[in-house]
Design a protein around this ligand. Structure first.
Ligand code: PMP
Length: 368
């Protein structure tokens, strides 16, 4: 039960998404006056020592949680993952060089479109002709020797697929959009050069973008300082501890609380176990009789976004309507895929998955 009188629905939204109830309750408890500060997080100066320590603590907790090596910087930025589609090539793709992109879904394709406006792009693997129902195979990748970087999308939010293993890219810096699976399982930061994600699915509220970047890549930003807009230069944000301008203060605070909550869940290994269990229950129901049909190939299925169809569009419309009436919000799939999508990020409760599984089998019994 929560501490307000309005009951909470099960929020299956693809993002912004459910936050842990204990985090919401702490925000509520401390909203009018932060302990030892006497004013609200909504009002506090980003230059205050209180906020500086909130930001430093959020970063420290994230570093401990994800095992971020000391030669990586953590940046708290704005503009969403969508701005990273531009910032990555603007900072890392020098004139004359080529960047390799792995086209595994609709968001990957958007990243490619933006990079092409900046420089030379090679699509080194694509499953577009298969409607992105699977992840490209390593054997099918045509990587460029000496590429500026390889860009991948770790979890394809719209299609409901995820990379099970990182692609082998040799010494080329690997850049990953982890918007929809960041901190849902352990990740090997050391195998990446840059990782970015909007916070609003697994880490906090909207308005904050997390970038984890290896120190040596910042040299590319420094070399381009005279042509890069200051606000779009990674090195500027790194050199100013994400306080070059006003950061999204509230979102950084809530992200800090979510990092602490993740620690209480057994860290990334603990949350992965819970996430695997939740996804396995849903896929088992989808596969049980053939009434429901998963849209992603089995070996590419996402643990975060479970996409499925029903036997007809009529039944899908009925499912959307009846599930909403039963207290399940946000199950309608993205229009690019159709059908249903259950997004079950870190904070989505297992009880909500159990309730959806019961609803699905009852719906099938009535309609099947
Ligand atoms: N990449 C992926 C994988 C996403 O899922 C999303 C948002 N759903 C984006 C990028 C765009 O993120 P934002 O809205 O933060 O710009």
């Amino acid at each position: 039960m929560n501490s307000t009188s309005t009951p909470r629905v099960f929020n299956f939204s693809a993002g912004p998404a459910a936050l842990p109830l204990p985090v919401l309750e702490q925000v509520q408890r401390d909203l009018v006056a932060l302990p030892n500060v006497g004013m609200s997080i909504l009002e506090i100066s980003h230059r205050s020592s209180a906020f500086e320590s909130i930001l430093a603590q959020a970063e420290a907790d994230m570093r401990a949680l994800a095992g971020i090596p000391s030669n990586y910087r953590v940046l708290f930025l704005q503009g969403g993952a969508s701005l990273q589609f531009s910032m990555v090539p603007m900072n890392l793709l020098s004139p004359g060089a080529t960047a390799d992109y792995l086209d595994s879904g609709s968001w990957a394709a958007k990243a490619i479109d933006e990079a092409r406006k900046v420089g030379s792009v090679n699509v080194a693997g694509s499953t577009k002709s298969d409607k992105y129902v699977r992840i490209p195979a390593q054997a099918d990748l045509t990587l460029t020797a000496g590429a500026a970087y390889v860009h991948m999308t770790a979890n394809n939010t719209i299609e409901g697929t995820e990379w099970k293993d990182l692609p082998q890219v040799g010494d080329v810096p690997l850049v990953s959009d982890t918007s929809s699976d960041m901190f849902s399982r352990p990740l090997d930061v050391g195998r990446h050069a840059l990782i970015y994600a909007g916070a609003q699915k697994n880490m906090g509220p909207a308005g904050l973008t997390v970038v984890i970047v290896r120190d040596d890549l910042l040299e590319r930003s420094r070399a381009r300082a005279s042509v890069l807009p200051t606000m779009l230069n990674y090195a500027v944000h790194a050199d100013n501890q994400s306080l070059y301008n006003t950061p999204p203060v509230v979102a950084v605070y809530v992200l800090g609380l979510v990092m602490k909550w993740l620690t209480t869940q057994g860290g990334l290994a603990g949350i992965e176990k819970a996430n695997r269990r939740k996804a396995a229950k849903l896929y088992a129901e989808i596969d049980r009789t053939g009434f429901y049909r998963g849209t992603a190939l089995a070996d590419s299925r996402s643990m975060m976004n479970v996409t499925f169809r029903l036997p007809s569009e009529e039944l899908e419309a009925k499912f959307v309507k009846e599930s909403a009436a039963a207290g399940f919000d946000g199950l309608k799939g993205h229009r690019a895929v159709g059908g249903m999508r259950a997004s079950i990020y870190n904070a989505f409760p297992e009880a909500g998955v159990d309730a959806l599984v019961s609803f699905m089998s009852e719906f099938e019994r009535r309609a099947g």
